[in-house]
Design a protein around this ligand. Structure first.
Ligand code: NDP
Length: 608
């Protein structure tokens, strides 16, 4: 038997690294599947209704046939920031296109009860100083973020000329005219000199590939398209139509943590179907302190944003301005902890010693999480099943204060599938092992497409020079310079997680990218150029840099429980987040961009 197949038995009283490794391997093995990201169902064909917009009535309009200078595909925070930085650089003719009924991207779609940003609001909501706004609390709820997106769009006049409720269906490069022709599902035909493609990192809902998913006759929806008509209530009021309903929810990720307490409050019966427990830590949310707010000095938001990214990237800083669960875990489990330990030992450590030290610190951190579960959840069997067994950073960190207590409610039952997932659906319910759980409604909190190909996630093909399709060029993974531009796809910028430095604060990465694109296009405009394109050589070099830099990260995930971070255990998947994130980390990546701009030579990019 291999290490992974052997159940190492009960947890010893004292730390035993061999036992911990065996336990992690055993738990991982239960969840590993050959089909990796292919296990999920795309929301197309008979499943396409799962992606319908329940929030805005569809408004008919005539097709548009016109020209713009800059077309931005997407209207989420990444797109808004790009448009704002372009406005600041003097660009006026900008059009946003998005299939949603308003701006906001993921915050437009995710209106499930309890939706809240897990990153501090003071660094997640951009442009606070520019707009003179300060969030109500340390962690904003969805409606406040959505409202802030509207505030940005209004302030920077980004609704002007925008096309909402409009999905792009394709874009084709014209090498003679040096522009793109973009088509949409409204029959529009827009020519654009420059296109920014910003699909958002988590924008396409996915469904679990559970046998019988089509047989279930009860009500279903995905959390990113919450059906308040069915549940009653709203984002801010209780779900008042569920009192006589048996509700099931599939998934225990960041989304489920936030909506389960609301379902548990009012549903007649709630079943939470769990495959892998979340490592839920305390949130400690609080209202904004007016005294603190009035003490803020100009430039505070950028300083705080950079400080958080430094702390969480393990680079460290003199002070921890955000001082929350993210920075605490980073201080305990990255470079600052190693430095402290070296000081304690009075000398340097070998790589092996560092590895062993971090592994033990990680175990201690996870023990705190497990002890917390045991102290909150009163039924020992449920508490046991809720305990996660993997390294802390294997999944995105999660924080919530009312998820765990919900399992103390009589109407809430955790159905643990011991890593296997749901066996199948029937006409009336969910089968796990020998038991069928009859439910009236089944809610899929099963996340979003990550790690599938770029064009599958955008939902349309990009055809570059000489008919070259992006899906063909990137069939073995993205090929870019700094994640932003690809040779043979001139005048096109990719704003997303392709080959770039990823901060845990997505908005910080998005803003650095936006500033960089604004700089490049500023040069393009200043030189009266009509073409801006990545050079093939520079692209080859960046692809190699990415390959070299991601080796360590992939190593870290080898014994992790599978998740969307590592394409469900497929660490070699070239489209995975693992392959996409510059391994040197976001701080080093932002420095690369800054130095490149400071050099002023536009190295690796041709303007003509
Ligand atoms: P996730 O992908 O994190 O979670 C999906 C869940 O569905 C997992 O628990 C998964 O189990 C479960 N699942 C999938 N297939 C099956 C199956 N066949 N049977 C049973 N369970 C199954 O999606 P989320 O929507 O929760 O979160 C996605 C990301 O969105 C977060 O990590 C975060 O980055 C972002 N988010 C951010 C928020 C914020 O505050 N900024 C708030 C909410 C989400 P398993 O764990 O075993 O794979």
């Amino acid at each position: 038997m291999t290490l992974a197949e052997t159940d190492p038995g009960p947890q010893p009283d004292t730390y035993d690294p061999e036992w911990v490794r065996a336990k992690y391997a055993h738990e991982r093995a239960k969840r590993m599947r050959g089909d990796a990201v292919e296990q999920f169902i795309e929301v197309t064909a008979e499943f396409s209704h799962y992606a319908d917009d329940p929030y805005t009535d569809y408004v008919e309009r005539e097709p548009v046939d016109d020209e713009v200078q800059v077309l931005v595909i997407g209207a989420g925070l990444g797109s808004l920031l790009a448009a704002v930085r372009l406005r600041e650089a003097g660009f006026d003719d900008i059009r946003l296109v998005d299939k949603a009924g308003d701006v906001g991207g993921t915050w437009y779609w995710n209106r499930y009860p309890g939706a809240q940003c897990d990153i501090e609001s003071y660094i997640y909501l951009p442009l606070l100083e520019e707009l003179g706004y300060l969030p109500e609390r340390k962690y904003s709820f969805g409606p406040e973020i959505r409202q802030h997106c509207v505030r940005i769009a209004e302030h920077y006049d980004l609704y002007r000329n925008s096309l909402l409720q409009t999905a792009v269906t394709g874009m084709v490069w014209d090498d003679q005219a040096r522009n793109w022709t973009v088509s949409t599902d409204r029959g529009d035909r827009i020519t654009a000199q420059i296109v920014l493609v910003s699909p958002g990192p988590l924008s396409r809902p996915k469904l679990p590939g559970i046998p019988g998913i089509n047989e279930f006759e009860g009500h279903t929806f995905h959390t990113s398209r919450w059906d308040y008509d069915y549940t009653g209530g709203s984002e801010t009021t209780e779900l008042d139509k569920l009192g006589d309903k048996k509700v099931g929810i599939v998934g225990t990720g960041a989304t489920a943590l936030q909506c389960v307490p609301h379902l548990g409050k009012t549903a007649g019966q709630l079943y939470v179907f769990q495959r892998t427990p979340a490592a839920v830590d305390a949130r400690n949310d609080r209202l904004t302190d007016p005294e603190w707010a009035s003490s803020l000095q100009p430039g505070w938001q950028r300083e705080r944003t950079e400080n958080f990214t430094r702390m969480t990237a393990g680079v460290g800083a003199d002070t921890d301005l955000v001082d929350d669960g993210w920075t605490k875990v980073s201080i305990e489990l990255t470079a600052p902890a190693i430095m402290k330990e070296m000081e304690r030992r009075g000398g340097p450590m070998t790589m092996e010693e560092i590895g062993d030290f971090l592994f033990e610190e990680d175990y201690k951190s996870m023990e705190e999480v497990r002890d917390r579960i045991a102290s909150i959840v009163t039924d020992p069997e449920t508490a046991h099943a809720l305990k996660p067994w993997y390294k802390r950073m294997c999944k995105r960190l999660s924080f919530h204060d009312t998820y765990l207590p919900t399992f103390n409610n009589d109407n809430v039952k955790l159905v643990d599938t011991d890593g296997r997932g749901i066996d199948r659906l029937t006409r009336d319910g969910v089968v796990v092992g020998d038991t069928e759980y009859k439910v009236d409604a089944l809610i899929f909190a099963t996340g979003f497409e990550v790690g599938t190909s770029y064009t599958r996630r955008t939902g349309f093909e990009i055809v570059g020079r000489d008919g070259l399709k992006l899906s063909e060029k990137w069939s073995k993974g993205p090929r870019t310079v700094h994640g932003l531009q690809s040779h043979d796809f001139p005048n096109c910028f990719f704003l997303g997680y392709t080959q770039t430095g990823i901060s845990h604060n997505y908005v910080h990465s998005a803003d650095e990218r936006a500033r960089h694109v604004a700089y490049i296009l500023g040069e393009w405009a200043a030189k009266d150029a009509t073409l801006v394109e990545a050079d093939e050589l520079a692209e080859n070099e960046w692809v190699q840099t990415m390959r070299d830099s991601t080796v360590m990260g992939k190593q870290f995930f080898v014994d992790c429980t599978p998740s969307y971070l590592d394409s469900e255990g497929d660490t070699e998947n070239p489209d995975s987040l693992l392959s996409a994130g510059y391994g040197g980390g976001p701080v080093a990546f932002f420095e690369i961009l800054e130095k490149w701009r400071a050099a002023g030579t536009l190295d690796g990019i041709s303007l003509d």
